[in-house]
Design a protein around this ligand. Structure first.
Ligand SMILES: [Zn+2]
Length: 406
């Protein structure tokens, strides 16, 4: 196989397209695209995909953009969520977050690392595949997905269940500093509610105070966090209380309701049932007869589509010796003549549904750095955008030739 020849040509072409990749990324970053408001950036991506020669570009009813290359048997997907978070405190930025900034090495702007950079590299990988004739017995689907920052993985629940797209594996292009990532902890959003009876605050003995009932629960949750199980690869499960709400008829009354939100990070082996039961079993929760439940998410997408889901985002880990991981390692060595670092993300990605719920193998490789995500002066690196474009162009053809079942 002439893969060595290809890998040099691929790198050269990726380098040649650095200005186009940078331009496209800055165009995307200039369009505000917070979750549920991504329409304009989706249309911009569609335009670029069509320009570089994708065979087919579709926008599904949820508003995700799907660009197709090839017509082969093996369905391979590469994903970038193209919603971003807000800008936060504008005074913390040295540049306009949307207009951004650029020099020879870096690009600054909201979303450049998390993670429109992945989108820019993927589209130009498509162009490289077309130009170098790297098409083979595969269909590559490049997805620009919505609402990830709000509800990770929901877009892919829709793509798998409703668009009926079921890839053999998915490359996640979230920022990985061009390391190969093969998993991360899952998470869930839990609600605990205590109930009481209100009465006049001047005679609290007549009532039953829901806030006082929450106090021992808070203490036991703090202890529970210390006792959560550990995993050698993913680390320890954690929990923290993120919000507290009350209901009370007046400031001069006994409170009749109290609710807390818990951000629970799940490590290997922790399911949602396990995490909920753990809290239900706390003595203080039993004594207070508190309700323990999972939140649901049902915010409509920018197209108006509602696709309600539980706020449960399962843990996933791809074994290091899995062929999808080995394929990525192989491509990395081939292109960059060095050993990749194989590791994990700290944050969460669309892998929670793709692999966490549906067991479709995921592998991560993306431009930009995780610590840039959601931070002021968010930046990314042009040489990483180029590296990623080259990797994405090589991954499908190598997989089909060396690793796929024939
Ligand atoms: Zn992200």
């Amino acid at each position: 196989m002439a893969l060595n020849v290809n890998s040099e040509k691929i790198l050269k072409l990726a380098e040649k397209y650095k200005p186009e990749i940078s331009r496209f990324l800055r165009d995307m970053a200039a369009i505000p695209s917070e979750s549920c408001g991504e329409k304009k950036v989706i249309l911009r991506i569609k335009e670029e995909m069509e320009k570089v020669g994708f065979d087919k570009v579709e926008i599904d009813p949820m508003g995700n953009v799907l660009g197709y290359i090839g017509h082969g048997k093996h369905i391979i997907a590469m994903d970038a969520h193209i919603d971003t978070v807000g800008i936060g405190d504008r005074n913390l930025w040295d540049y306009d977050p949307y207009e951004g900034y650029e020099d020879d090495k870096i690009i600054v702007g909201r979303g450049v690392s998390d993670q429109e950079g992945g989108m820019a590299s993927m589209v130009y990988a498509g162009k490289i595949i077309k130009e170098l004739g790297l098409e083979d017995d595969y269909t590559l689907i490049v997805t620009g997905t919505v609402q990830e920052e709000d509800c990770d993985g929901l877009c892919w629940q829709y793509i798998i269940n409703e668009d009926k797209v079921k890839p053999e594996f998915v490359v996640l292009t979230e920022p990985s500093s061009t390391n190969i990532y093969r998993g991360h902890r899952g998470r869930m959003e839990i609600k605990v509610t205590t109930h009481g009876v209100s009465c006049h605050g001047s005679a609290p003995e007549r009532g039953d105070n829901a806030i006082f009932k929450m106090a021992p629960i808070l203490n036991e949750l703090k202890d529970l966090n210390e006792r959560l199980i550990d995993d050698p690869f993913l680390g320890k499960g954690t929990l923290t209380v993120s919000e507290i709400f009350f209901s009370s008829p007046s400031r001069c009354a006994v409170a009749d309701g109290c609710t807390i939100s818990i951000d629970r990070r799940l490590t290997n082996g922790e399911t949602w049932k396990y995490a909920i039961e753990q809290i239900k079993e706390l003595p203080s929760v039993k004594a207070a007869k508190a309700d323990v439940e999972m939140y649901t998410y049902e915010r409509p997408s920018y197209t108006g589509l509602k696709y309600p889901t539980e706020c449960f985002f399962p843990t996933w880990v791809l074994p290091e010796d899995h062929k999808v991981c080995q394929n990525a390692v192989n491509c990395y060595r081939d292109l960059f003549k060095s050993e990749p670092k194989v590791d994990k993300w700290t944050f969460s990605t669309n892998g929670v549904s793709i692999m966490g719920r549906y067991n479709i193998p995921c592998i991560g490789f993306g431009p930009g750095h995780e610590d840039q995500a959601h931070a002021p002066n968010e930046k990314t690196w042009k040489d990483e955008l180029v590296k990623c474009a080259a990797m994405y162009a090589l991954i499908p053809v190598t997989y089909v030739n060396k690793f796929a079942d024939k």
